[in-house]
Design a protein around this ligand. Structure first.
Ligand SMILES: O=C(O)CCC(=O)C(=O)O
Ligand SMILES: [Fe+2]
Length: 256
C-alpha cells in the first residue's frame, strides 16, 4: 500500500507509477533542521492564497487555479518562471529542495525528467503551501486532464503523482490521508459543488494515513482522494509539485 525509504530511488518510483503502491515516504529527504531554516526563509517573504481555496496559503500559482479561464491561464504562464526563480532566491544560500528533487528525478529516471510544457510554454513548479493551524485541507483529487482538457499533454499521462517536501510541521495533526479508490471527476464535482473539496467523513476510513516529519518527502497517486487533517499549534509548510508519467521510454515531467 505504501512504503518507507531513506533515499529517493527508482524502484519506489516504478511501484508508484505502476500502481503497486499508492504512496511512498522518503524520511529525512533533507535534514529536519535545514528544512525548518529553509521554511523560515520562504515564509519571510509572505504568502497569498489559492483563488479557489482561500483557506489555504500559497506562494506561486497552481495550474489548478486557472479553471480554464484564459486570463488566469495567461497570468499563470506569465508568472511561472518568475515563481521558480523566486523560490530559489528565497531559499538561498541553501539549495531549493525543489531544485534538488528535479535533479534527482532526472538522474534516476532512465529517460530523464524535465519541466512540463503546455501550450508551448513552460509551467510553474514548486508551490509553497501553507496550511494554518486548525484548517482542514478537504478531500480532493488532482487530475491534470480536468485542468487542461483537450490537451495531448494531459491525456497522454498514465500516472500523476503528488510530490511534497515538508519543511515545517505542527506538533499535532497535519496527517496526509489517502483513500485508495477512484472517484470519477463527475461524481466528485457533483459532491463538492462550489467548494474545492469534500469533508473526509463522507469517505469513511482512509486506507493510508501518514504523518510526515519536517524534512520528509512523500509521493502519492494524486488521482486518488486525499486530505490533510487540521494541525496545531504551528502552521504546516510544504513544497509541492506533480510528477507526470507516460511510459518508461519517456521523460517524467513536473509542474505545479
Ligand atoms: O500536503 C499534503 O500532504 C498533500 C497536499 C495535496 O493535496 C497535494 O499535494 O496534492
Ligand atoms: Fe492534492
Amino acid at each position: 500500500m505504501y512504503s518507507e525509504h531513506s533515499t529517493l530511488n527508482l524502484p519506489l518510483l516504478e511501484r508508484l507509477v505502476g500502481g503497486t503502491d499508492v504512496a511512498a515516504v522518503v524520511r529525512s529527504f533533507i535534514p529536519p533542521d535545514l528544512a525548518f531554516r529553509i521554511g523560515e526563509r520562504i515564509l519571510c517573504g509572505g504568502f497569498s492564497r489559492y483563488i479557489n481555496a482561500p483557506s489555504i496559503g500559497r506562494i506561486g500559482m497552481a495550474f489548478y487555479e486557472t479553471e480554464r479561464r484564459p486570463a488566469l491561464v495567461e497570468k499563470y504562464f506569465d508568472e511561472a518562471l518568475r515563481g521558480i526563480r523566486e523560490l530559489r532566491a528565497r531559499c538561498a544560500p541553501y539549495l531549493s529542495p525543489m531544485d534538488m528533487l528535479r535533479c534527482m528525478l532526472d538522474e534516476l529516471w532512465p529517460a530523464g525528467a524535465h519541466l512540463a510544457t503546455l501550450y508551448g510554454r513552460k509551467m510553474h513548479v514548486g508551490l509553497s503551501r501553507v496550511v494554518e493551524p486548525g484548517v482542514h485541507f478537504l478531500a480532493h483529487h488532482d487530475i491534470f486532464a480536468k485542468d487542461a482538457p483537450d490537451t495531448q499533454e494531459a491525456h497522454s499521462l498514465r500516472a500523476q503523482l503528488a510530490c511534497n517536501v515538508y519543511l515545517q510541521m505542527p506538533e499535532r495533526g497535519g496527517a496526509l490521508q489517502i483513500w485508495d479508490r477512484l472517484m470519477t471527476p463527475a461524481d466528485f464535482d457533483a459532491r463538492r459543488g462550489d467548494c474545492y473539496g469534500i469533508h473526509p467523513d463522507l469517505l469513511g476510513r482512509p486506507d493510508v494515513e501518514l504523518r510526515p516529519q519536517a524534512g520528509d518527502l512523500i509521493l502519492f497517486d494524486s488521482t486518488k482522494m486525499h486530505a490533510v487533517t487540521p494541525g496545531q499549534p504551528q502552521p504546516r509548510l510544504s513544497l509541492s509539485c506533480f510528477i507526470g508519467y507516460r511510459d518508461r521510454a519517456s521523460p517524467l515531467v513536473f509542474w505545479s
